[in-house]
Design a protein around this ligand. Structure first.
Ligand code: ATP
Ligand code: MG
Length: 570
């Protein structure tokens, strides 16, 4: 495969973003606000803009949601989502739940989850989506920390909620069999409420969603976003995900993470397109089949998923008709160039990497449809967002210098609170910048390049090495499926590089292979960047949102406590 440093695609005249630089120059959030009805009516609620508005504008019969999980196969129009979420909202109101209350979701990906989410936000309450795989402690921590008054769950998952330890939790809304606990109420009884139209008009700055972060670097934080975040969710949907009329869009992220809700639920509906939700576990055959069946045109997933598909080989995708795909996106972790080229060759489309955090609420930096791509780079900031690399005092650094990836506060979907921890919230800001905790640099043409988490950057023999670059080189080796790289203290070199590696099917761990892989990095990247130690693993520790947990690798290596593991995969 020939590697090129920049890839220029033919101009796509139909794209929402025709010219990045021009759009950036004239961009004004105030102009974008005019897109929303509240800019003239003063009545704000993200659910109105995402769902009810489509109905009011005569598009209520359009399919808003396709759902499949292998057993169920359903579709919902905007009309139906409006009606069902009004019913649910009326049910919540009957229970006495009101604006500002925290109501959590702890259930598998399903239309019921989405209807509940819309119902909760509809009445002005704050929704807290939890990933279904959380165990007892993780659920308890989050419900306690947020002071949730209600949780929506299933009869299966309900067993993991020990309400005797949660004095503030008044209601457990259960899909399925309910027990005789006085706190339980059946999900369906809420849906049987009147379908009378309900919506609570809120302030733009009122709380809408509370996410707990992935826990890659430590204990997860509760991040609050407000209704006004819709402005940026809409723009990300339009310019980054390039959602156009008639699109069928599939975001594979779980709503328990910011991507699954911001890019998975709100961005598509704020842009009036049809969205696909797939339940059940990851299985390459099912995923390709889903793309084919719904003729998905815009597909948003994550590097971990692309790498798993890649590891399955290239014959499988050939069995499916993927010709409907027009635009592919990736976020959550850096996208290795190898994976980018795989996308181009096998899926027939470039994968557009975009960078954000739970705290940023929506996309901040991206590769756009009509912008040349530099594989391995996360592209350029969203029009309307200012990004820079700053030193540890918050001074802007010139191009090519590594430093803290920082954002100028004031982007619409910026977090408004770390729940119950003002000190933590304040700690993100330095000298007028929001400090992401990631390390990166900008090239002379304004492209940003991710290096690693600030804490993961390795110093070896006086050289600074980002784990991402080494990992990307490692996965270019035909034997390597995934790699996690850390620095291990060394009396001579300060740190040496150690790589944890999982192998592709057909390869066996051996001393020889380890040497060969190390040599591969030495020759293709740099001698100082080659791992001096390689350990083969069956699996790498990952968060449930699919990120490699380097802090766990470090803890294993150094025999240190692993810290909060609530988000670690099984
Ligand atoms: P925690 O904050 O609890 O330690 P986390 O940072 O993994 O966990 P998220 O908010 O889900 O929680 O993830 C944001 C982080 O994910 C970013 O800070 C960055 O390190 C990484 N990330 C997201 N998208 C990209 C991308 N496109 N390229 C590189 N890194 C990315
Ligand atoms: Mg983080």
């Amino acid at each position: 495969m020939k590697k090129r440093s920049e890839i220029i695609f033919p101009l796509d005249e139909g794209a929402n973003l025709k010219n990045y630089e021009e759009t950036r120059e004239s961009f004004d959030w105030k102009e974008i606000e005019k897109h929303f009805t509240w800019s003239s009516t003063g009545k704000v609620n993200i659910v109105y803009e995402a769902i009810d508005r489509r109905v009011d504008e005569g598009a209520g019969d359009q399919i808003a949601l396709y759902f499949t999980d292998g057993n169920r196969d359903e579709s919902y129009t905007y009309n139906q989502l409006k009606e069902l979420s009004c019913r649910f909202a009326n049910g919540l109101k009957k229970l006495g739940i009101k604006k500002g209350d925290r109501v959590f979701l702890f259930m598998p990906r399903s239309p019921e989850l989405i209807i509940a989410m819309l119902g909760i936000v509809r009445i002005g309450a704050i929704v807290g989506p939890l990933f279904e795989a959380f165990m007892e402690e993780a659920v308890k921590d989050r419900l306690l920390d947020s002071g949730a008054v209600a949780v929506v769950t299933t009869d299966q998952l309900r067993k993991r909620i020990h309400d005797s330890e949660l004095p503030q939790l008044k209601h457990i809304i259960v899909l399925g069999e309910i027990s005789d606990s006085s706190k339980e109420v059946s999900y369906n009884s809420l849906l049987n409420q009147s379908d009378a139209y309900t919506i609570e008009w809120v302030d733009k700055e009122d709380g809408m969603v509370l996410f707990y972060t992935s826990g890659s670097t430590g204990k997860p934080k509760g991040i609050l976003h407000v209704h006004y975040a819709m402005v940026q969710m809409y723009v990300s949907g339009k310019y980054v995900y390039d959602l156009r009329k008639g699109d069928v869009y599939w975001c594979t992220a779980d709503p328990g993470w910011v991507t699954g809700t911001s890019a998975g639920i709100f961005a598509p509906w704020l842009n009036g397109v049809t969205s696909v939700c797939r339940g059940g576990r990851f299985k390459p055959e099912d995923w390709y089949a889903t793309l084919e069946k719904y003729k998905v045109s815009v597909w948003f997933s994550a590097p971990t998923a692309f790498r798993m598909l890649m590891a399955q080989g290239n014959d499988l995708p050939k069995k499916y008709d993927l010709s409907s795909l027009r635009h592919i996106l990736s976020a959550g972790e850096p996208l290795n160039p190898e994976v980018f080229y795989w996308g181009l060759d096998v899926l027939g489309q470039p994968i557009h990497d975009n960078w954000w955090m739970t705290e940023t609420g929506s996309t901040i930096c991206a590769n756009y449809r009509n912008m040349p791509i530099r594989p391995g780079s996360m592209g350029k900031p969203l029009p309307g967002v200012e990004m820079a690399i700053v030193d540890d005092e918050g001074n802007v650094l010139p191009p090519k210098r590594m430093g803290n990836l920082a954002i100028k506060p004031g982007w619409p979907s910026m977090m408004r609170k770390v729940w119950g921890n003002e000190e933590k919230y304040q700690s993100y800001f330095l000298n007028g910048w929001f400090i992401s905790g990631d390390s990166a640099y900008q090239d002379e043409d304004g492209y940003f390049w991710f290096e690693g988490r600030v804490d993961d950057v390795i110093n070896t023999s006086g050289e600074r090495v980002g784990p991402f670059e080494v990992e990307s080189k490692l996965v270019e080796h035909p034997a390597v499926a995934e790699a996690g790289v850390i620095g291990v203290p060394d009396p001579v070199r300060g740190q040496i590089i150690k790589a944890f590696i999982t192998l592709r099917a057909g390869y066996e761990p051996s001393e020889e292979l380890a040497k060969e892989i190390s040599q591969f990095v030495r020759q293709r990247l740099a001698a100082h960047a080659a791992p001096r130690q390689i350990e083969f693993k069956e699996k790498l520790p990952k968060t449930r949102s699919g990120k490699i947990m380097r802090r766990v690798l470090k803890a294993w290596e150094l025999g240190l406590p692993t810290g909060d593991l609530s988000t670690l995969e099984d």
